[in-house]
Design a binder for this molecule. Sequence first.
Ligand SMILES: *Cc1c(COP(=O)(O)O)cnc(C)c1O
Length: 393
Amino acid sequence: MVNKKIQEEEQQLFQLYNRFPLVLDHGEGVYLYDTDGKKYLDFAAGIAVMSLGYQNKELEESLTEQIKKLCHTSNLFYHENGGAAAEALNRVSGMDHVFFTNSGTEAIEGALKTARKYAALKGNGRFEIIAMEDSFHGRSMGALSVTGTAAYREPFEPLIPGVRFARFNDLDSVKANITDKTCAILLEPLQGEGGIHPATQGFMEGIRALCDEQDILMICDEIQCGMGRTGNMFAWQEYGVRPDILTMAKAIGNGIPVGAFAVTEQVAAHSMKPGDHGTTYGGNPLACMAVKKVVEIFEKDKIVEHVREIAPYLTKRLDELVEETDCVTERRGKGLIQGIVVTKPAGEVINRAIEEGLLIISAKGNVLRFVPPLIIEKEHIDEMIEKLKHALL
Ligand SMILES: *Cc1c(COP(=O)(O)O)cnc(C)c1O
């Protein structure tokens, strides 16, 4: 049990989270252990971050070496990990140039600024951004402005002007929101927080076509769905619809805080220039070592292929659950980012799962979300389903 000292210390934090009642101590593979030594099967992965699981030796060793050598330079000085990480990320994301940030939210900020600057250089007076209902892009003032949940935005208004919300997977709704002031359309190819909703092929293609016709930038937020999770290195690749700007974070550092926004050659040449943007920590040698190594391990260990191999089994087991269980009504998602809609309060099921030794999280619309480390095997899926069945009783 949590002792008094831990409880008192915890109260020193600004209490902005409803946390689950356990104190995590360490992880190993796809399991986490709390301070009492209780073991949990982890189908949350620190919110889709720990894709390589815990204690990946190769990653740990390179990070340890880097800590001993150099952690920080500021961006006034180049270090070799910066270019190496950029090269690795561009290779797998299909983009041309990358800027490293400290978080997903900051990647979104950079993407929005890039779109505004692109329009400013054209001198066409455009500044409006179309974002999607039920989207999630972060909690800073800019990222919040484009997040499609009114309850998150309202207490902090006025936010940045010029944002319109269209219905996800509804091209007519996007069209209806385009004006002669639109500079960018922002979407997640698979909405994570919003309830595990993949974009349709027609929606992705339709947005690309609208953007091409009207010189609007397409921004894909793959902070959650990117880096192998959907069964493609990045979700856009499955659609064959390349964005002009791509945001990344979560899994690209496997636990080291790092985000990135990447652009095409065309956008790089006609948008932000030195002096327009910056960060003190962003892209430091430690974060860049993490990105470089994570990409290398993904390639060497064929993580994407593994996701493709294992994911149909998760789909099958979840579909069975929908069939068999009254309080489970629908399965959604693909690869190793899936969800089920439940009719019992999701929070209660999650707390029951914790008792059973299983960590899962929720998403909007009373959805239980499954975003495990990508290294899970069939046996872990079976174990998860067993524990989940108990939690759903
Ligand atoms: C988590 C998330 C963000 C915000 O990233 P942070 O690292 O928490 O700032 C933005 N967009 C999507 C799709 C996310 O899932």
